[in-house]
Design a protein around this ligand. Structure first.
Ligand SMILES: [Zn+2]
Length: 161
């Protein structure tokens, strides 16, 4: 299993590196997310607009039951401090917020723990009900009803501790 995690992490690093020219700094979104993410945090986050979201399509992942996750058409996907979205989603602030919550999770948990936890949750709960997804959706909801902003990093440090 740990070999597989290492393989996924290598794939992520290569994927991010091969898209480095398309990386847009999330700092430019900071005015929209006042109170949610610090400017310092956003300075270290990037998004990339792509025609198709890259996913690690390994046979061993399909064998382990992740085929539908690999094939499903998601709106965005986060790897470490970068996330990929399709062009038609570039103005979707809810999606940016959602993916930035995932960046916080990656930051707090670290790559190995994030990947392991996310895979376990996919197997146990499925994509929609995975707790790491539910957390992102909860912040999206808070944002959508214009509730008082919540510092995502602070809140998740408690939740993931
Ligand atoms: Zn998500």
């Amino acid at each position: 299993m740990s070999n597989l995690i290492a393989k996924i992490e290598n794939w992520i690093d290569e994927t991010l590196e091969s898209h480095c020219e398309q990386m847009v700094p999330c700092k430019q979104l900071s005015s929209y997310f006042d109170g949610y993410f610090s400017e310092k945090f956003l300075t270290n986050c990037f998004y990339m607009v792509v025609p198709e979201l890259p996913k690690p399509d390994f046979p061993e992942l399909r064998d382990a039951g992740f085929g539908s996750f690999i094939d499903d058409d998601h709106a965005g996907i986060t790897y470490k401090n970068g996330y990929f979205i399709r062009a038609e989603q570039e103005d979707n602030l809810y999606l940016h917020l959602h993916e930035l919550v995932h960046v916080c999770q990656w930051t707090i948990l670290g790559a190995e723990k994030f990947i392991t936890t996310y895979m376990e949750e996919l197997q146990k709960y499925g994509y929609e009900d995975a707790p790491l997804e539910q957390m992102a959706k909860a912040f999206e909801y808070n944002y959508s009803i214009h509730a008082d902003p919540i510092d995502v990093m602070d809140a998740l440090r408690d939740e993931l501790a």
